[in-house]
Design a protein around this ligand. Structure first.
Ligand SMILES: Cc1ncc(C[n+]2csc(CCOP(=O)(O)OP(=O)(O)O)c2C)c(N)n1
Length: 640
C-alpha cells in the first residue's frame, strides 16, 4: 500500500470508481497524474502522452462498466492511467524493467488488457472485432476504441471506420486529439481536425441533452434513439456534418479532454446509445507538467530524471547508429538532389531531423502510414528519384507486401535504412526488430547489408546511394556504435564479407583455427570480444564480419573452414530464415565439408522487454554466450 495515493489504493478495478462521487473522481485524477509524474520520472517510459489521457481515462472508467465493457487502447503507450486504474500501482516501479510491467497493454499481463498493441492504428479494427463478437452472441457490453490523432491517420484506422459505419453496431470511438504524433502531426486530416477543434467546445451540454431526453416518453430504444439525436443536435445544432457522421457515426465534440465533469456527463449519457459514436476529445500532451506541455516531443519517452528539476539528463556525446545514419543522410542528400528521405512519423527516432532542417524539399513525413510510405518510395524510384525509407525494422513489417509487390517485383531502387534491428530493449516484443533478415532476404531482387560500426554504416550508405540496380536495405541496431573493433578495414564491396582475423595475431599467421565466428552487424562487436576471451584461454577464433545477409558471401567463409573447424554464426534475428540457416544451406548446397555448425540467433518464441544487455545475455547473444557455445562445442568434439 502506498499511503501517498489514498484513492488509487482503493481501486482494484474500474468498477470501484463507480462508488465514488464526482468530487472524489477529481481526486482520483489528481492522484493518477501525480503517480505518472512520480513513478515515470523514476523508471523512465512514455511520459507526455500519459499525462494527456488522465481525465479521459478516469471519466471513461467511471462511466463504462469494466470488467464487462471493453476499452481497447491504440498503441498502448498512453495507457498508464489504465494500468493505474486496474490495480497496478504497487507494481509501477517495475515499469518496462526486465520481468516488470510492460510499457504497453499485454493480454497476459492483466485480464483487463483486452487487446495488446505497440504498433499504431489497430484499436478500431480490434474493437470492431469485439463488437461483432458480442453481436454474434447477443451480448450487451459496450466496446470502446481509444485512438490518437496520429494513429487514426493510419490506413488501418480508416479501413476499420469504413467497416464500422457499414455494420452500424454499438461501437464508441474516442479520438484523443493532442495535435501531436511523437513530432507534430502531419497530413490533411490533421488540418481537418484543427478545423473541427475551432468549433465551440461541448460544455455543460450533456446535461441539457440529458434533461431533454429524460422528457421523451417511451421504452428504452426510443430513449436511446432520442438520446442519439439529442446528443447530436443538442450538442452542436448549427454544425454541418463531419466526415465521421458521413461515415455513419454520431459525432460528439470537440470536447475539452481535461474537463472531467463534462467528460463524465458525456460518457454517462452515451451508455444507452447503441450506434457508432465518435467522441472527439481535445487534450494536451504533457498536461500538468509545464516543460512537457511546451516540448511534448522531447518528453514523449523519457529516461529517469529529477522531477523537481524539470530537465532531462543531457545525453552523453557518444556516437549512436541513428545519428550516424542522420549525418550520412544529410551528406548524401546535399550531394544529390534526387535523393529524398521518407519517414513514417519518426523524424526524431530515425535521425532524420537534421536532414529535414537542411533539405526540407527533399524530406517527406507520411505520418503513421508505413504501407503508403513504401509504395510512395516505389513511385518516386520509378520516376527516377533516389528514395531512402528511414524506418524501424519492426514498422517495416507493416509494409511487407508493399516491399514485395511494389518494390521488388518491379526491381525498383528503393533504399531501406532499418534502425532498431535486433532486440530493442525496454519496448519489448512489439518493437524488437528480429525478423527483417528472414522477411526481406527471401524476396527476389532484394539485397541486405549490416554494418559492424559507424564507419561501415557511413560507407554502406554511400554504396546504397550509388546502387541503382534494384532495392537495397541496411539494418542497424538501437544503441551506440562500438569502438572495440580493429581500426584497419577493407572497403565495402557488394556481396563481400570482411575477414577481421584472430585478435592479436597478424593476418596470415593464424595457424589452425578452433572456430570461425561469422557475425552479422551488431554481433560483430560481441564476436570480436568473444574471440579475445577465447584467445586468453588458448583457443584460436577467427572472426568474419558477414556484412551482407543477401547475397551471402559463403565462399569467404568456406575458405577458412577445414573439416574439423567449428563454425558459429551469430545474428540478432530469429533462427528461421535467418543468416545462419541460409549460410548453412549455401555451404551444404556447394559441397563445403562442415563437421560442426552452430547457429546463434533468436528463438521461435517472444523475447520479453528489459534492458538490451540483459535480454541479449539471456539469449546468449553476447561475448560470454558465444564463448560458452564455442567451449561446449569444441570440447564435445574433443578439441579442447
Ligand atoms: C505502426 C507504427 N508506426 C510508428 C509507431 C511509433 N509511434 C509510437 S507512438 C506514435 C505517435 C502516436 O501519436 P498519437 O496516436 O496521436 O498518440 P499520442 O502519443 O499523441 O497520444 C508513433 C508514431 C508505432 N508505434 N506504430
Amino acid at each position: 500500500m502506498d499511503s501517498n495515493f489514498p484513492f488509487l489504493n482503493q481501486i482494484v478495478n474500474p468498477l470501484d470508481l463507480h462508488k465514488l462521487s464526482d468530487k472524489e473522481l477529481a481526486e482520483v485524477a489528481k492522484e493518477v497524474r501525480r503517480a505518472i509524474l512520480e513513478k515515470v520520472s523514476q523508471t523512465g517510459g512514455h511520459f507526455s502522452s500519459n499525462l494527456g489521457t488522465v481525465e479521459l481515462t478516469v471519466a471513461m472508467y467511471a462511466s463504462y462498466h469494466i470488467p464487462g465493457d471493453k476499452v481497447i487502447w491504440d498503441t498502448g503507450h498512453q495507457a498508464y492511467p489504465h494500468k493505474l486504474l486496474t490495480g497496478r500501482l504497487p507494481r509501477f516501479e517495475t515499469l518496462r524493467k526486465h520481468k516488470g510491467l510492460s510499457g504497453f497493454l499485454k493480454r497476459d499481463e492483466h485480464e483487463l488488457d483486452y487487446f495488446g498493441a505497440g504498433h499504431a492504428g489497430t484499436a478500431i479494427s480490434a474493437a470492431l472485432g469485439f463488437a461483432a463478437a458480442r453481436d454474434q452472441v447477443g451480448g450487451k457490453e459496450k466496446v470502446v476504441a481509444v485512438t490518437g490523432d496520429a494513429a487514426i491517420c493510419a490506413g488501418m484506422s480508416w479501413e476499420a471506420l469504413n467497416h464500422a459505419g457499414e455494420l452500424g453496431t454499438d461501437l464508441h470511438v474516442v479520438l484523443n486529439d493532442n495535435r501531436m504524433s511523437i513530432a507534430p502531426n502531419v497530413g490533411a486530416l490533421t488540418n481537418y481536425f484543427n478545423r473541427l477543434r475551432s468549433r465551440p467546445y461541448v460544455q455543460n451540454m450533456a446535461q441539457t441533452a440529458k434533461r431533454v431526453i429524460e422528457k421523451i416518453p417511451g421504452p428504452a430504444p426510443r430513449i436511446a434513439a432520442g438520446l442519439r439525436h439529442g446528443v447530436t443536435h443538442y450538442f452542436a445544432p448549427e454544425q454541418t456534418g463531419t466526415i465521421f457522421e458521413e461515415m455513419g457515426f454520431e459525432y460528439i465534440g470537440p470536447v475539452d479532454g481535461h474537463d472531467l465533469p463534462t467528460l463524465l456527463e458525456i460518457f454517462r449519457n452515451i451508455q444507452e446509445v447503441r450506434y457508432p459514436v465518435f467522441i472527439h476529445a481535445i487534450t494536451v500532451k504533457g498536461k500538468g507538467y509545464d516543460v512537457a506541455e511546451e516540448d511534448a516531443t522531447k518528453w514523449h519517452g523519457v529516461v529517469p530524471f529529477e522531477l523537481e528539476k524539470c530537465e532531462l539528463p543531457s545525453k552523453a556525446a557518444v556516437s549512436n547508429y541513428t545519428s550516424v545514419f542522420g549525418d550520412a543522410m544529410k551528406e548524401i542528400g546535399e550531394a544529390d538532389q534526387k535523393v529524398v528521405a521518407i519517414t513514417a512519423a519518426m523524424p526524431d527516432g530515425t535521425g532524420l531531423n537534421g536532414f529535414k532542417a537542411k533539405l526540407p524539399a527533399q524530406y517527406y513525413d507520411v505520418g503513421i502510414a508505413e504501407q503508403h510510405g513504401v509504395t510512395f518510395a516505389a513511385g518516386l524510384a520509378a520516376a527516377g528519384m533516389k528514395p531512402f525509407v528511414a524506418i524501424y525494422s519492426t514498422f517495416l513489417q507493416r509494409g511487407y507486401d508493399q516491399v514485395l509487390h511494389d518494390v521488388c517485383i518491379q526491381n525498383l531502387p528503393v533504399r531501406f535504412a532499418m534502425d532498431r534491428a535486433g532486440l530493442v530493449g525496454d519496448d519489448g516484443p512489439t518493437h524488437h526488430g528480429t525478423f527483417d533478415i528472414s522477411f526481406l532476404t527471401h524476396i527476389p531482387n532484394m539485397t541486405l547489408c549490416a554494418p559492424r560500426d559507424a564507419t561501415e554504416l557511413r560507407e554502406m550508405m554511400q554504396l546504397m546511394a550509388g546502387y541503382d540496380r534494384g532495392p537495397i536495405a541496411v539494418r542497424y541496431p538501437r544503441g551506440n556504435t562500438p569502438d572495440n573493433l580493429p581500426e584497419s578495414r577493407t572497403s565495402i564491396e557488394f556481396g563481400k564479407a570482411e575477414v577481421l582475423g584472430v585478435p592479436g595475431v597478424p593476418r596470415g599467421e593464424e595457424g589452425k583455427l578452433d572456430v570461425v565466428l561469422v557475425a552479422v552487424g551488431s554481433m560483430v562487436t560481441e564476436a570480436w570480444a568473444a574471440a579475445q576471451k577465447l584467445a586468453d584461454e588458448g583457443k584460436t577464433a577467427l572472426v568474419i564480419n558477414a556484412r551482407w545477409c543477401k547475397p551471402i558471401d559463403w565462399q569467404t567463409v568456406a575458405q577458412h573452414l577445414t573439416s574439423s573447424t567449428l563454425l558459429v554464426t551469430i545474428e540478432e534475428n530469429v533462427r528461421s530464415g535467418g543468416f545462419g540457416q541460409q549460410l548453412l544451406d549455401l555451404l551444404v548446397e556447394n559441397d563445403v565439408p562442415i563437421s560442426k555448425f552452430k547457429v546463434m540467433s533468436l528463438p521461435d518464441s517472444w523475447v520479453h522487454h528489459g534492458a538490451q544487455p540483459i535480454i541479449r545475455g539471456e539469449q546468449g547473444l553476447d561475448a560470454n554466450g558465444i564463448v560458452e557455445v564455442v567451449k561446449s562445442n569444441v570440447m564435445k568434439r574433443g578439441l579442447a
